[in-house]
Design a protein around this ligand. Sequence first.
Ligand code: IPE
Ligand code: IPE
Ligand code: MG
Length: 242
Amino acid sequence: MANPIPQHVAIIMDGNGRWAKRQGLLRVQGHEVGVQRVEEIIKAAQEKGIRYLTLYAFSKENWRRPKDEVEFLMGLLSSYLDKKIDALIKNNCVFNVIGEIEDLPSELQKKLVRAMEVSRSNTGLVVTFALSYSGRREILRACRKIAEKTVEGSLKPANITEDVFSGNLYTAGMPDPELLIRTSGELRVSNFLLWQISYAELYITQKFWPEFTRDEFEKALEDYKKRERRFGDTCAVSGGKT
Ligand code: IPE
Ligand code: IPE
Ligand code: MG
């Protein structure tokens, strides 16, 4: 039997720079076209009835890039919020951010916090942007939170379960992604949602992110439908992980 539509899709949006280079454009122009795909994929996810869409937009490691490119990306995010956030919120989406947002320029932080607050009571697709995000650091942060609770006595070490651990991550309350998409062909997870993707189906396409249109997204969803999800059993396990 085909898998139902995933509840949570996570995407590593990679390949803007290479796409631009191939077109004879500047890397930053690739990022600009990438923003159009973000809009398109959010709409498609909504129409498909996906509940959570988590987009890797800027990693903790991306701060190593040339200053000009980093500044351009911050500006692009800021103008995306200015132009598009109202429509997203009107469309009943919840806007969410994970990562170390204290690293971001303060004006941008304010815009992000406002968007999160204004959309909090919406009931539609939860769109999460991972910004200054590192999976390892998210796990460390959860460990520290848990350690504090055990020291103060509100949590016994024996009661630290997988659910408790998940509840101390940025993604607390969200189901784990059933599908992880990476564009541009790289066969790595680049420090994204390390705990949460333990049993995610991987879909890696050669398409660069600026080429990842709605049709390409639909192909990924079709491919996911056909996967046999065994979770260690000998045959497909219906209804997901136990
Ligand atoms: C993804 O595209 C966007 C970000 C990581 C911000 P890249 O900028 O990584 O593009 P490539 O991988 O160099 O082609
Ligand atoms: C991963 O892409 C991060 C984002 C998509 C935001 P990178 O381009 O930074 O990944 P690596 O460096 O090739 O692993
Ligand atoms: Mg890249």
